[in-house]
Design a protein around this ligand. Structure first.
Ligand code: ADP
Length: 280
């Protein structure tokens, strides 16, 4: 009879400082201009790239795009509780994210990856939109076992607002800081951070390398997303990333709608994108 395999040792230390955080933007995994439409082609390809890259330990966080944002906006979920009529909107926003999460889980699991969903609305509480508490013990245990926790931007409970929207970017940055992640890879629907919104300004140039100081200066030129986005587009994204970059976690923003960009970023290979590092 086969001996029972030993469970991996419990050692929180190893999971810190070597974990990679991959954020898959809603702009890439859904069709942002078309309400409630996942981009299954991109989801399937990204799952293949994640499988091929074989990065361990890995945490995936994804956004909502056209699945999450329009419903959250309709019910004013980000602004907090004002009337009981919003409650079904809170449910619908969370449910839309669960459905998108299921597609991602399905694509990963079909490729043999041990992806396990972690529900932010049941493990995080915010205060005025900022993460106040987060239960990370199960997440750390999943990492130790060799699983891939998959989290997402979600409708969450808020101590002062009643409820609000927690962006996948805030979640990714917060996890990176708290687990002292080795790096953050962010996938969006543009090649990286530009001098202006590339969808509105044809003269916008891709900035391949950004220091924290330069990023702070550029912030005035970075716009919000054109599609309904309750978490602030690229401006919201880079603002959320600043705390992680401040503690010297290298961050790269790449185009997840183009083949192999996320794969190359995960492997640490040279790739088109914006690398953001600490310093002035
Ligand atoms: P996601 O939903 O994938 O997290 P967002 O839609 O929130 O991404 O942000 C990406 C969008 O931000 C891009 O599609 C782009 O149109 C917009 N954007 C605004 N300003 C900039 C900029 N300076 N550089 C890059 N993208 C920008």
């Amino acid at each position: 009879m086969k001996m029972k395999e030993k469970m991996p040792e419990k050692s929180y230390a190893w999971s810190k400082s070597i974990v990679t955080i991959l954020k898959l933007g809603g702009s890439a995994i859904t069709r942002k201009e078309k309400q409630s439409t996942p981009n299954t082609g991109v989801i399937e390809r990204l799952a293949s790239e994640i499988k091929k890259a074989n990065i361990k330990p890995l945490i995936i966080v994804h956004g909502g795009g056209s699945m999450g944002h329009p419903v959250a906006k309709n019910f004013g979920i980000k602004e907090g509780y004002r009337s009981p009529a919003q409650l079904v909107g809170f449910s619908k926003t969370h449910y839309a994210m669960v459905k998108l999460n299921e597609l991602i889980l399905d694509a990963l699991i079909r490729r043999g990856l041990p992806a396990v969903s972690i529900q932010p609305s049941a493990s995080v509480m915010t205060e005025n939109g900022r993460i106040l508490t987060m239960e990370t013990k199960p997440l750390l245990r999943l990492l130790e076992l060799g699983c891939i926790p998959v989290l997402y931007g979600d409708a969450v409970l808020d101590t002062s607002l009643g409820f609000t929207i927690l962006s996948g970017d805030q979640l990714a940055s917060n996890l990176a800081v708290n687990l002292n992640a080795s790096r953050i890879v962010i996938g969006v629907d543009v090649d990286g951070v530009y001098t202006a919104d590339p969808k509105l300004d044809p003269t916008a140039r891709l900035v391949k390398q950004l220091s924290l100081g330069e990023l702070r200066k550029l912030k005035t030129k970075i716009g919000v997303s054109r599609a309904p986005d309750v978490t602030g587009g690229m401006l919201g994204k880079v603002s959320e990333l600043i705390p992680a970059i401040e503690v010297e976690i290298p961050t790269i923003i790449v185009n997840a709608t183009k083949p192999n960009r996320v794969y190359k970023a995960l492997k640490g290979e040279k790739v088109v994108g914006t690398v953001i590092t600490a310093g002035e």
